[in-house]
Design a protein around this ligand. Structure first.
Ligand SMILES: [Zn+2]
Length: 160
């Protein structure tokens, strides 16, 4: 059976996740988004299963992203085979971003520069800090203040 994503090679797990041209283009978009620049899906998954640990927001987002990517590639294959639905790489990437955003929106995170930056990058509001409404207001105000500083700082040194 030929791969439903690229129609170029035979359908196998190895092909689907690592060699398929469609999947490769998708992984490239994901790697760029999560900061694994110049990697492919193969390297990224190896990194994920090996050394990417920890509870910093960056490593959580990376783990979520890789799990979501594997799931979405698999789902796209099945949609094409069984439902005759097809998405372009760009459409699948949009779906990926929505999936991660949705997950982040329900994540409770301690306020930190990394969390604020992640919120900016993914254009999402996480449940930052504790649930006391007064404190939440305080955190939000603090966040807005810090975001202002970060934006001007990053703008100045050219890192976004
Ligand atoms: Zn393929």
């Amino acid at each position: 059976m030929v791969c439903a994503l690229c129609n170029e090679d035979s359908d196998s797990h190895q092909h689907l996740f690592f060699a398929c041209n469609y999947a490769k283009q998708f992984w490239n978009r994901v790697c760029l988004k999560i900061g694994y620049i110049g990697e492919n899906g193969n390297e990224t998954v190896r990194r994920y299963t090996g050394m990417e640990q920890g509870n910093t927001i960056t490593s959580i987002i990376r783990r979520l992203s890789i799990a979501a990517s594997v799931y979405l590639i698999w789902r796209e294959r099945n949609c094409r085979l069984f439902k005759e639905e097809r998405r372009s790489v760009e459409e699948l990437f949009e779906l990926f971003c929505d999936t991660i955003k949705l997950r982040l929106a329900s994540l409770k995170a301690k306020p930190s520069m990394a969390v604020i930056k992640a919120q900016e990058e993914w254009k999402v509001q996480m449940l930052v800090g504790v649930c006391d409404p007064n404190k939440k207001e305080l955190y939000l105000a603090l966040q807005r203040f810090i975001v202002g500083i970060i934006s001007s700082e990053f703008g100045r040194i050219g890192v976004v």
